[in-house]
Design a protein around this ligand. Structure first.
Ligand code: S3P
Length: 170
């Protein structure tokens, strides 16, 4: 049987789960381009994600996110780091599934996510530890729809990358 070789890897998971760092390393290993969806949105608007949220609100950001996703999924091969909320919207999930790429959830405990997000100034949806719990609870049912789950708990980005390379989807 010929294995179907997937040409897009989507990294999904909560803010602070390591999508961008792992994505960079993975793309280097595979020698595939790396696309960070948040960076694409920021480049398109010429302002930071935080400013987009402050000036125009989350619904507008989600529109930009959908449009950026529609564009980036035309690139293959590619390692694509999604934003924390990208895979929590049905229309985005549909687009990603239609592209035929592989979805990998970088899972991590709330405790670690809190620690990693605490010092970050560029996460408009990170307000306080309680709201983080609530948001994660809303997101988990979506994240569980990913084809693969890789734990980033207590692991360096390099170790996570090695785990992903073992998934045999390339
Ligand atoms: C968001 C996560 C952020 C960014 C935006 C919204 C979210 O991406 O897309 O602030 O809804 O969880 P990261 O997960 O890369 O921080």
């Amino acid at each position: 049987m010929v294995r179907h070789r997937r040409k897009q890897i989507y990294l999904l998971g909560f803010m602070g789960s390591g999508k961008s760092t792992v994505g960079e390393l993975l793309s280097r290993e595979l020698q595939w381009p790396f696309i960070d969806l948040d960076t694409v949105i920021e480049a398109g608007q010429g302002v930071s994600i935080r400013e987009i949220f402050e000036r125009s609100g989350e619904p507008f950001f989600r529109q930009l996110e959908r449009a950026a996703l529609t564009e980036v999924l035309k690139t293959e091969p590619a390692v694509i780091a999604l934003g924390g909320g990208t895979f929590a919207h049905d229309a985005n999930i549909e687009l990603i599934r239609e592209s035929g790429g592989t979805t990998i959830w970088l899972d991590c405990s709330l405790e670690s996510l809190r620690e990693r997000c605490a010092g970050m100034q560029n996460r408009p949806l990170f307000r306080d530890p309680e709201s983080l719990q609530h948001l994660l609870d809303l997101r988990l049912p979506y994240y569980r729809l990913a084809e693969f789950k890789v734990s980033t708990e207590g692991r360096e980005a390099q170790q996570v990358t090695e785990q992903i390379l073992l998934l045999r989807v390339f």
